[in-house]
Design a protein around this ligand. Structure first.
Ligand code: SF4
Length: 717
């Protein structure tokens, strides 16, 4: 039996996994006891990884040959790699020649490795000359990025998992950590057992498993997070709980914020948020306890919002106002949803970022990147972000789309609009490991990629820790690694766009890509010039890790100096804004969407494992029992859930996790699913038929956490 150390490909906890194989077949997995993210533990998803890789069964769901569709109605026909990539280069170069570089777009994924991300970013910005490269990480953490930059000066989570063990108060807000980051939650449970005096506050409209664990649960109304944080700051000011010494020494802008929160009285905030004044006072006091350490953990409840950046910034305000940052057990700590959303941020693989946290808006930063890449310049105009990219395709502005390792035909909000965009796009390339995703149906060209267990490279988890991803078994014969597909395509495209010039893509291994990425970080806040693949063979490491360092930095800003021009953090003077689409008489329910414990994203992998359906076997809409009674609905009844954009048919389930006038649907099921309990066998559509494309104007992250819907009993034929 062979053993290979690698990293779980699911959530941003980034657990280490030891893969057992016979050299041809993965036969088992177990947690890596030496990996500092999990110390040997795995959750239900991680511990069943080997079942997702059991050949030959899983090969039935794989793309195994490049294939071309001559029309969207026809079946894909196998073609050679040479023919496929020659065609792709011709179609992309013709589109660029006839319509300009911004007529093409690349939509990629937080599940790609850092090396894959790096070459995609360079392909778009360095070779094609467009910033139209964005990622499903836009749907996951772009509000956290914008929140950090607006307040602390850089996109760098300042805390680490070990802070859970040093905190005296945990403020978990907008995160169902128990389901979305299970192994981190195990650590929280351990910390509470070791220190029963540790206070756990959970703010969430839904009484989740995480909320059940809380000493103080704040069942806030959807979208009222900024009001809650401002109300807490109001209490802290009134009761003399802010740290003026810290504010004076390390920040700017407190006066404006102080004036702002004057109006956020406990009485008003409690009413607006739907909580008691006592609960608000208690939360503020526990958070600001000067003898303790407060760590905030947060995720999509803040990020997936039309005011996501302001929610992030208002929470960070609380840490700056109380000096709860830069010390063990204290700080704002955004949890990353996907396994390598962080790596994508590091290489600047988004439409508004440049490599190594450089700003697209700064001429000197663009010049630095152009110099590193050996090109004349990189474009200054921000590219289309996720929602904008599909809107531009629907409008005919983007004509050629390259989609890699993600399934927008299921995962983007407002599915009807996304499907229109995919239909209208003149040439769609889908680079993917699985043939089963809804997006594959729109591909003119299908490029078979490798997947977990076969790939080689690196990922970065929520606590800035870079881990190696290693192959345990050989890849299926005609599949290729994502970075390798991009490099081959780029070299062919260069023959059209810069004939006769030396290639910008001289890579022959993932390590050669990573070495160039490493060089791009020199002198930056995420400097990793002291790292190498060889060093990472010894253990995963956090950034920054500068030349000469023997280890990375566990936590940031311990010296109180922030990566801003004058070294001071900034308070964000933001105001509460309601959700983009408030419920009303026609659409009287607030729809929330989210993860379930045992499924991952669109279920390409977890949906192949029978035992993972034991927890939640089919999609349901969860509602409060009183609402069901009022609507004369019984458990299991089929209902139409309808928003202004679409409708789905689902069984209804009574849930005491969901408050009155709210509804919850898991995010994992897509349009192919046929409801097991449906007597009609109706084809149902995923929850994103309902969700709104409204997004935060600062981060461009869509509001998956709220849409106004109505619920009506479905008529049986
Ligand atoms: Fe994988 Fe996340 Fe589970 Fe760890 S917690 S095993 S990274 S899914």
């Amino acid at each position: 039996m062979l053993e290979t150390r690698t990293t779980c490909p699911y959530c941003g906890v980034g657990c280490g996994v030891i893969v057992e194989s016979d050299g041809a077949q993965i036969t088992g997995v177990r947690g890596d006891p030496e990996h500092p993210a999990n110390f040997g533990r795995l959750c239900t998803k991680g511990s069943t990884l080997h079942h997702t890789a059991t050949r030959p069964i899983t090969l039935q769901a794989r793309l195994l040959h490049p294939a071309q569709r001559l029309s969207r109605q026809s079946a894909p026909q196998p073609v050679s790699w040479d023919a496929a990539l020659t065609l792709a280069a011709e179609r992309f170069s013709r589109t660029i020649r006839e319509h300009g570089a911004d007529a093409v777009g690349f939509y990629i994924s937080g599940q790609l490795l850092t090396e894959d991300y790096y070459v995609f970013n360079k392909l778009a910005k360095g070779l094609v000359g467009t910033n139209n490269v964005d990622t499903n990480s836009r749907l996951c953490m772009s509000s956290a990025v914008a929140g950090y930059k607006a307040t602390l000066g850089a996109d760098a989570p300042p805390a680490c998992y070990d802070d859970v063990n040093h905190a005296s108060t945990l403020f978990i807000t907008g995160s169902n950590t128990a389901f979305a980051h299970p192994i981190l939650f195990r650590r929280i449970e351990d910390a509470k057992r070791a220190n029963p005096a540790m206070k756990v506050i959970v703010a969430d409209p839904r009484r989740t498993e995480t909320a059940e664990f809380a000493d103080l649960y704040l069942p806030i109304l959807p979208g009222t997070d900024v009001a809650l944080y401002h109300g807490m700051l109001h209490v802290m000011l009134w009761e003399g709980l802010v740290d003026h010494a810290y504010i004076n020494a390390h920040t700017h802008g407190f006066e404006a914020l102080r004036n702002r929160v004057r109006d956020y009285t406990p009485k008003e905030v409690a009413k607006l948020c739907g909580i008691t004044e006592d609960a608000l006072l208690q939360a503020a006091r526990w958070f600001a306890d000067s003898k303790g350490r407060t760590l905030s953990l947060y995720c999509q409840g803040l990020n997936q919002s039309s005011s996501g950046t302001d929610k992030n910034a208002a929470l960070i305000n609380l840490h700056l106002a109380t000096g709860q940052i830069g010390k063990a057990g204290a700080g704002p700590f955004s949890l990353t949803g996907q396994p390598n959303a962080m790596g994508g941020r590091e290489v600047g693989g988004l439409a508004n970022l440049l490599s190594a946290h450089r700003d697209m808006g700064k001429a000197e930063h663009r010049a630095e990147v152009a110099r590193l890449w050996g090109v004349d310049d990189v474009p200054a105009k921000p590219g289309k972000t996720a929602v904008e990219m599909f809107e531009a395709a629907a409008d005919g502005e983007i004509k050629a789309l390259w989609i890699a390792c993600t399934n927008p035909a299921q995962s983007m909000p407002d599915q009807a609009a996304v499907h229109r965009a995919l239909e209208r796009a003149e040439f769609v390339v889908v680079q993917e490991a699985f043939s089963t995703t809804a997006t594959c149906r729109y591909a003119d060209l299908l490029l078979p990629a490798t997947t977990w267990g076969e790939k080689d490279g690196t990922v970065t988890n929520s606590e800035r820790r870079i881990s190696r991803v290693r192959p345990a078994v050989p890849k299926p014969a005609e599949t290729r690694h994502d970075w390798d597909i991009v490099v081959d395509f780029a070299r062919r495209l260069e023959r059209h766009l810069r004939p006769g010039l030396p290639t910008l893509f001289p890579y022959d291994t993932p390590e050669s890509v990573w070495v160039e990425h490493r060089e791009s970080t020199r002198g930056r806040d995420l400097d990793i010039t002291g790292l190498s693949y060889a060093r990472l063979e010894q253990s995963p490491a956090q950034w920054p890790f500068r030349e000469g360092d023997t280890q990375g930095k566990e936590r940031l800003y311990e010296d109180g100096i922030f990566p801003t021009a004058d070294g001071r953090a900034r308070f964000a003077d933001v105001s509460y804004a309601p959700v983009a689409e408030p419920r009303d008489a026609r659409y009287p329910f607030s729809l929330n969407t989210g993860r379930l414990r045992d499924q991952w994203h669109g279920m390409s992998r977890t949906g192949t494992i029978g035992r993972l359906f034991g927890h939640v076997p089919e999609p349901v809409v969860e509602m409060n029992a009183q609402d069901l009674a009022r609507l004369r609905l019984s458990e299991g009844d089929l209902v139409h859930v309808t928003s202004r954009r679409g409708s789905v048919v689902l069984p209804v389930r009574a849930s005491d996790q969901v408050a009155g006038t709210q509804a919850f649907i898991g995010m994992h099921w897509g349009e192919e699913f046929v409801s097991g309990s449906s007597a009609t066998g109706s084809r149902i559509h995923g929850v994103n038929a309902l969700t709104t494309p409204a997004y935060c104007p600062k981060s461009k992250q869509p509001e998956f956490k709220h849409a106004a819907v109505k619920v009506l009993k479905a008529e049986l034929p």
